[in-house]
Design a protein. Sequence first.
Length: 695
Amino acid sequence: MKFYSTSKKLITNVKNFYSVLFFNIFSKCEKQDIFVGWGHKKSGLKAQELAQKYNAKFMLLEDGFIRSLNLGVENAPSFSLVCDDIGIYYDAIKPSKLENLLNTYELNQEELDSAKKAIDLIKKYKISKYNNNLDIPGDYFSKDENRILIITQTANDASLQYGLVQNFNTNEMVKDAIKENLNAQIYIKIHPDVLSGKKQSDLDINFLPKECKIISENFNPIALLKYFNKVYTKTSGMGFEALLMGCECVCYGIPFYAGWGLTKDKQKCARRFKKRSLEEVFYIAYMLYSQYFNPYLNQKSDIFDTIKTLAKYKNIEYKNSDRLFMLGFTLWKRHFIKPFFKAKNNEIIFLNSLKTLDKYSLKKSDKFFIWGKRVNFDKLKTILIRKAQDENLTDFIPKISLVEDGFIRSISLGSDLTRPYSLIIDDKGLYIDPNQESRLENILQNEVFDEQILLRSKNIIQILKENKFSKYNGIKHQDIKINAKKGQKIILIPAQVEDDASMILGGFGLSTLDLIKEVRLKNPNAYIVFKPHPDVLSGNRIGLKDEKIILKYCDEVIKNCSIDSAIKICDEVHTITSTSGFDALLRSKKVFTYGMPFYAGWGLTQDKQKCLRRTRKLTLEELVAGVLIQYPRYIHPRTKNLCEIELCLDIMLKMQKDYFSKRYKKMAVDFRILILRKIRRIYEFVSKKWNLIKK
């Protein structure tokens, strides 16, 4: 059986859901083949025509009821699709698969419970068809008024024609709403595609009564409907969302949710004979009729994953919106940082110092981001509060976040100016600083991790182990041979950069030399292996690398190998705050900490220090869920779009294979090549900036 499309554009739109071939006159068609088209557009009509001609089947596709973060007309990736081999859901002239299911499908209690759960999540996270919209200011509506909402649509929308209201004037619906609700304030909601300037409205605002109020802001539909008891619509999908929010809904056309006893209908559809509950209509339309795909994971999904993923990226979009001030970002970091902060409406401003902030007048919506600890958090907060007072900006609350590299960072070292594939943006503190709570610590201490995310964690652990991933990648893996005696306990000490922020903030004054002395004192009979830090070996950072000193306390020094190769040979890892301890936990090794890294204090490590805030005992899967799934932001290494960790790892694996072949077959990497690589990247960056200045 083959799926044939009548439009090359359609193949691009649905490639995540179906493997579709383009049909032409030379194609050999068989009876079981299916012609695929988009709704009642040209491709959909052509699909039905060809199916009849070749005695084959057809299937009509449309966007699902929970579509995307941004608008479809802005080419935002889709999360859902409906597939119908009878008609299409918005066509009330003929039957559709959805209509037939609503007439015949019998739900069990488990299905009803899952529908209620999904509805509750939609309300909680305010999920709609499109999700890049605004929350409503607390003072937007007058208090103690009875509000009625008119939901307008786009002119010539297919649902108007096939919902039997193509020739009905929306202004007449407004007049009816005024007559039927004499003591109410009438509000009129403009469609988001119209607000974006992409389409025309079905409403002529020039002939509206003066007492009507236009809602021209792109407010979140779920948030908006909370303020209304009754809505009027022709065929808008927002009418069903109104039902979800407990509103009375008056329908002038025949949308998919009309005719089942839930709405007040101006027209009847004789084919719709069954009375349905809200949960029944929701389950059949949103969960049985719709298919889901997660574009951030590049895999098939379900409604629950879709809701949570959209909620996550909706929150990121909100945090990325408005004016973003960046402090402590070097020229190189400015080069790669922007994709992590991409938003529909924002402005990114890099400040060279706190003093340059004087050039700008503050806005309440301004957000501030500091790289690591390059700028003092408390000092910036004090300056912002004082500046807001000087500018008479009342109720100003400084929104400051700290930014750092993620735990799965890149192929090759950060000090080689390699672009990172993950970042951490923390509005509470910095995860490497145990002296105050970070957002990561808050997640690990309080988040309830469901079965779905724990299953993802388990799979991620397996991927990391199989592919030998760690924070930095691109070092050749090898089987290391050491001179330990049979049965002798082997301890690995992964060295750290001495002036690294994690050592300063979480190391309690210990140096790497202090560490190796203490480990030897506590383990006199162990075989201790020391692995110098790659940034120190490369000459990029300061750290312990004098082998005469190291070998006074350690038995062997291993260099130029991956951390995975080093962990593989040991029984235990002893560290101050190194992320290598986290890598060792993933590989089921015993880990002893002498400082307080982010993964310590949760019952998985043997800790010298204590953090009284960390009282919860976690499983490894729960730790991974917080540390690698919920906390960082990941970027697709090639498209530079935000994605989930699994997709990032998949692309990294392919890139690492290329990196190995180029690195080990074509050249021997030494200090000179590292320097040349740095010079090249700096030159590329400066050249781009110079070209922008000239323009």
